[in-house]
Design a protein around this ligand. Structure first.
Ligand code: SAM
Ligand code: SF4
Length: 323
């Protein structure tokens, strides 16, 4: 088992398979990806080895992320390999939805279990302003296709952005009235590159929580293995609503996830100063040395991030490690 000194167990790996992206979300990659972002991406055999080592140490769920994971031409093979590793019960994908309509069936056939799609506005003009892409209708159709597919779960991620989608709560609620999707509002996090943007656009999730409670949404009890979202439900709505509030007290207390970047670096937290290069361990099929290394470095995981003190570590943007 991977367990840190605070008795937190790590059963969930977020694996970034590329830093590159075809969107230019203004809080993440406003100038697009670095031209070297695709150099030295983790290969399929390296992915098999890293996931094997994590699975032997108790990891049960893999989330493939990026950058934009669907830019990888071998995405189906990556899904297949992850799903085939003994111990891995669930393979999920976080995507901007660009290739959802075209590739969903192939991903499902490869073994994908769940998908999270990012949609920061339901207004096409605002969506274009935030992402630099005019693809909202296609992405929404892709989400409906996914909801009707054999996938176990479809979630929509929405970063709360003052001045962009801050006034769209009613539209988002309407969106989930008759749809079985889980919408997640995520508080904007400060990263190395977006300090001024953060000051202008951050909205506290607490203001949304107060509105939901006023409108008779009920906060659900969390299961022990649940992620960081506070989940709300309402009898008049088929969809669920979640709030991810990384600045709230105790957000890190039940952290169950570790991250590996597309360059083969282990990140103990999204906002860590130092990553741990594990690439050398990925060159051999013998995963024992990597397992020993992971068990040793996990003891150095901090109790919490230091975002409250505006300390964002070495994380310039979340495309580097997948959010
Ligand atoms: N490209 C894919 C996507 O957008 O879904 C996957 C990678 S993206 C980095 C993963 C998630 O992180 C997205 O939902 C995105 O909106 C979110 N994200 C990126 N930067 C963020 C920030 N500064 N604060 C909060 N969420 C952020
Ligand atoms: Fe790309 Fe996702 Fe970052 Fe948007 S949030 S720029 S889609 S990596």
């Amino acid at each position: 088992m991977l367990q840190d000194t605070y008795s937190r167990r790590f059963t969930y790996l977020r694996l970034s398979i590329t830093e590159s992206c075809n969107f230019r979300c203004d809080y993440c990659l406003p100038d697009g990806p670095d031209c070297l972002s695709r150099r030295g991406e983790i290969t399929l055999p390296e992915i098999r080895r890293v996931v094997t080592a994590f699975a032997k140490l108790g990891t049960r769920k893999i989330r493939l992320t990026g950058g934009e994971p669907c830019l990888r031409k071998d995405l189906c093979e990556i899904i297949e390999v992850c799903k085939s590793i003994p111990g891995i019960e669930e393979v999920a994908l976080t995507t901007n939805g660009y290739r959802l309509q075209r590739d969903l069936n192939d991903w499902v056939a490869a073994g994908l279990d769940a998908v999270n799609v990012s949609v920061d506005s339901l207004d096409p003009a605002t969506f274009h302003l935030i992402t630099g892409q005019n693809k909202l209708p296609e992405i929404l159709e892709g989400i409906d296709m996914a909801a009707a597919s054999p996938l176990k779960r479809v979630k929509v991620n929405t970063v709360l952005l003052q001045g962009h989608n801050g006034g769209e709560l009613a539209q988002f609620l309407e969106y989930i009235r008759d749809r079985r999707v889980a919408l997640r509002f995520i508080e904007l996090m400060q990263t190395g590159d977006n300090e001024q943007y953060y000051q202008r656009h951050h909205i506290s999730g607490q203001s949304i929580k107060d509105k939901l409670l006023d409108a008779d949404w009920t906060l659900q009890q969390k299961s022990q293995t649940a992620g960081p979202a506070q989940e709300f439900s309402h009898p008049d709505y088929q969809g669920k609503l979640g709030l991810i509030m990384p600045y709230s007290k105790d957000f890190c207390a039940d952290c169950n996830r570790l991250r590996v970047s597309s360059k083969g670096q282990l990140f103990m937290c999204l906002f860590t100063e130092h990553h741990n290069d594990i690439r050398e361990f990925l060159q051999s099929d013998d995963v024992e040395p990597l397992m020993q290394h992971l068990q040793s470095v996990i003891k150095g995981k901090d109790a919490t991030h230091f975002l409250h003190q505006q300390f964002t570590g070495s994380t310039k943007n979340l495309a580097m490690i997948g959010g």
